[in-house]
Write a protein that binds this ligand. Structure first.
Ligand code: AMP
Length: 304
């Protein structure tokens, strides 16, 4: 049987259609698991649990293969790949969904067939019922840390399932709007407290260009975003942020406040590269050293 990578992700592998103030692209390789795994692969070996349709281009698969991402759990089903059409107007922090075609996601039954449970598991943005199906398959002593993400689409359509997932994970990543939508709280600290009570020890609330907030039993911490003059396409920022965080934690093999803080800094740096071009284009150009250089800049900025 197949040896598991340190980190696996279940999420979407998608064909996106994007419109930003800087341009329109009819066909971009996207999806929460694609951005996440590509970002995490700079830090550790990562595997993707996902589904695509027969229309999924071979060159997209090669993009993931170029980072040695384990695709043994990328299923191909008859039908079309998950498709998302979104646009950004003046507020580049929030995407407007124009169309979501679930396509093969409707028939997806994730089955994890590694020889044992991977140590780190990420439930990226996808149907929360599928996240629960994966949670049912990943248990045992080798499992160290499980985190999840979600979005407005699922909070609106499957709120109870989202809450069930939150009751079973160590950490959650959400953006500010989603945290407010889920909890009904306007104040983000109150929203984070509410989510913390639902289960996760670490609640990470992303605030786009304004950075991120971490809430844990040890208190509230805030992190800046890397200051960028040009944000070209914010798609995938949240997923690659989570990929940087989880990739760093899986490589460190331990989670505590100290590793979490560095992980969040790397997460925002990876995301800062993602948004500089369409899709995964920019991340495909960078090397791990580029992240370390930006980390030095962030450290200088944060010195009080
Ligand atoms: P983000 O990091 O939040 O910008 O995520 C962007 C990616 O999420 C896009 O590439 C989309 O394909 C994917 N996506 C959009 N809507 C959904 C959804 N309802 N469930 C899962 N993935 C989605």
């Amino acid at each position: 049987m197949l040896k598991p990578p340190y980190l696996i992700v279940i999420g979407t592998v998608a064909i996106d259609e994007l419109s930003t103030p800087f341009g329109v692209e009819q066909k971009v390789f996207g999806g929460s698991a694609s951005y996440f795994s590509y970002a995490a692969s700079f830090f550790t070996k990562v595997g993707v649990v996902a589904v695509v349709g027969k229309d999924f281009p071979e060159e997209y698969r090669q993009v993931l293969e170029e980072r040695d991402i384990d695709l043994s759990h990328l299923e191909v089903l008859p039908g079309k790949t998950f498709h998302w059409k979104g646009k950004y107007e003046t507020d580049m922090n929030s995407a407007i969904t124009l169309q979501t075609d679930l396509n093969v996601l409707l028939d997806f039954k994730p089955k994890i067939h590694y020889s044992k449970t991977p140590e780190f598991v990420f439930l990226a943005n996808i149907d929360p019922d599928l996240q629960l199906e994966v949670l049912d398959q990943v248990h045992g002593s080798s499992l160290k840390f499980v985190a999840c993400d979600t979005m407005n689409f699922w909070i609106k359509n499957k709120c109870d399932a989202v809450k069930k997932v939150l009751g079973r994970v160590h950490a959650v990543f959400m953006n500010d709007g989603e945290a407010r939508q889920l909890t009904g709280e306007v104040n983000l600290i109150k929203a984070a407290q509410y989510i913390h009570h639902l289960g996760p020890e670490y609640v990470i609330i992303k605030k786009g260009e304004h950075g991120a907030l971490l809430y844990s039993h040890e208190g509230v911490f805030i992190y800046p975003a890397y200051p960028l003059e040009t944000v070209f396409d914010p798609t995938g920022a949240g997923d690659s942020f989570a990929g940087g965080v989880m990739g760093y934690l899986a490589a460190a093999r331990k989670v505590n406040l100290k590793t979490m803080k560095t992980a969040i800094a790397y997460g925002s740096i990876v995301a800062s590269f993602t948004v500089e071009k369409f899709g995964l284009e920019r991340l495909r150009e960078v090397k791990r050293e580029n992240f370390d250089k930006r980390l030095e800049v962030l450290k200088k900025i944060c010195k009080i």
